[in-house]
Write a new protein. Sequence first.
Lengths: 246, 461
Amino acid sequence: MVSPAQDVASHSWGMAVDIDRCIGCQACVVACQAENNLPINEEDHFHQARAFEWIRVERYWEGEFPNIKAHFIPILCQHCENAPCEPVCPVYATYHNDQGMNVQVYNRCVGTRYCANGCPYHVRFFNYWEPVWPESLRNQLNPDVTVRSRGVMEKCSFCIQRIRRGRIDARKEGRQVRDGEIQPACVQACPTNTLVFGDLNDPTSRVSKLRNDRRSYRLLNDTLRTEPNVYYLARVDTTEAEAAHG
Amino acid sequence: MQQHRELSEKQINTQLLNGALATPGWWKFAVIGLALIVLAGFATFGFMVNSGIGLTGKSRPVFWGALITTFVFWVGISHAGIMISAILRLTQAEWRRPVTRAAELLTVFSLITALTFPIIHAGRPWRIIYWIIPYDFSRGIWPNVRSPLVWDPAAIGTYLTGSILFLYVALLPDLGNLRDRTIGWRNTLYSVLSLGWRGNSRQWRLQTTAGILLSALMLPIFVSVHSIVSWDFAVTSGVEGWHSTIFAPYFVIGAVHSGVAAVVTMMALMRWLWKWDNFIRPEHFDALARLLIVVGTTWFAFTMIEILYSLYSLEAQELAFRDMQIFQWPWALLFVIFLITGFFIPVPAWFFKRVRNSIPLMFWTSISVNIGMWLERFLIIVPSLARKQPFVYTWGSYHPSLVEIMMILWSLAFVAMNMLLFARFFPLVPLFEQKESQVFSSKIKIGRASVPAVLREREQE
């Protein structure tokens, strides 16, 4: 039997994003939307720049037609160890938990939006309006996830409800959580295995191995020292590599 | 420098108490007009609480906009009081006397107004009152003392408390004066408020000591308040345009610039509205304009240093932010208006004695300074957020919505209405200061020489 204390100390959740594999299909975006009860993004919301995308796929074009390349980079909350959003919150609505995650407590949030200003990754979303779902979608809401009210901040939670469930299941069976057992919705939906989720404290987990990959880097960490728990694996451009090495 | 026009104590009393005892006819209309705007503002706030922050022009990534700009603006204006009543008092600048109370009053009302803005702008204002102000021990969680948003209420609350005490101590002799000139409920009101003021020498000594002590105690606030407000921005390492070490002194000097300019505006209005030509005289405007030349130029130097230092690093996002702030429509236009109204019109104009001694010109130049200072904060807050980091996918822009503009108008009307209401019951120009100043400046002729009739205690030592 694993004691709760052991269990807590043993995890440090993290993610690896291999942008060499990303095809920009946005399956992760849709999966996240469905899993986490995000409000429906209507056209207006995009025009007002108030759309909710806990994970987004940024698309950058390189070159001129016809020699054009598209680059995709999925960006979600980086769950920084040195999160700029945390110290600025006056009410501890966002804080760092003992499993390496940056979590948001909706009930505490008063809506100063200071955290969103502090976040360099633009991954925090404010409920400018009370979220509404059409009648037909009422029953699709995930019962494990709170529906946020107007005036609070929200963001990617690494699907904390799934992490909780995975840990409870493992504890019931008296074992540790197995690598790959817990998958956030985006990871589960990704058809190319771009996203890998796991325990960074476990040196044998896939995410730990990817973290130590030569291609591994963290977003804006060189300039801001935010120490994110999301590791990106750089894209390798084969044509450029061939050009360089003959 | 001062020209003296001797007035008898009786003349001083009747002229300066005209606001409280012989209310001018326009007062009622002005207050009703302002009250309507204030009510409209409260209604707008209620509308916003009912519907959501979606009514503002904010978006992602511009989460702060005109409301926070106005918050910083009013904290800036509040520096009027500390500059005039504390620093000029300690440096014994005689010309401060007629404006001390009005400046202190402006401080009190602008701080109260400033404090409302973080609440107005919050997503759940009903919670901000519940969570931040009364520390809620039942949750087992204290407010986060690392957050500048917790430092703000502390700094502003200290300043507000100090200012109210200062205002009250200086009001005591005049309350006694009013008590002796009123009957009925007003007499009762003034009797209670004047705390048994009889004007004996012990009371005067205590009152003077309290004033000097409060001035000295409030000096650190002069540095702290706007430094802390500037740290709301400067601690945010993720926002290139905010993360600047120069912000604390830069904001303080900017606050003094706008605060002193606001005092000039107010003096011109007081002189015009209550016909206090004998008390608020061109030489007072002259002295303030000289002070403003120094303050304004220092502030302008800080502005230029800030831009220079930020460009020195040649970082991509810093350049993107400056490009938007200075060169892109409509920010470029705002930037030009900001430079012209904040510095290039008023400061060179004040070099001319004719401008310094002309009350209408001083009025308009001081208004111009505050337009510039509001734009300064706006241009720091919004473009910095709009060009936050190199994620061009989420760059944005912002324009204030009607609701936000209404709240800005509300704040102006709210401060003006409160000042007028105060002026209805209390003298805006301190009577005793006026009399004291006359006593200090009276001279005795001994042969050909003319010597001061009164020696100051400091000089006797």
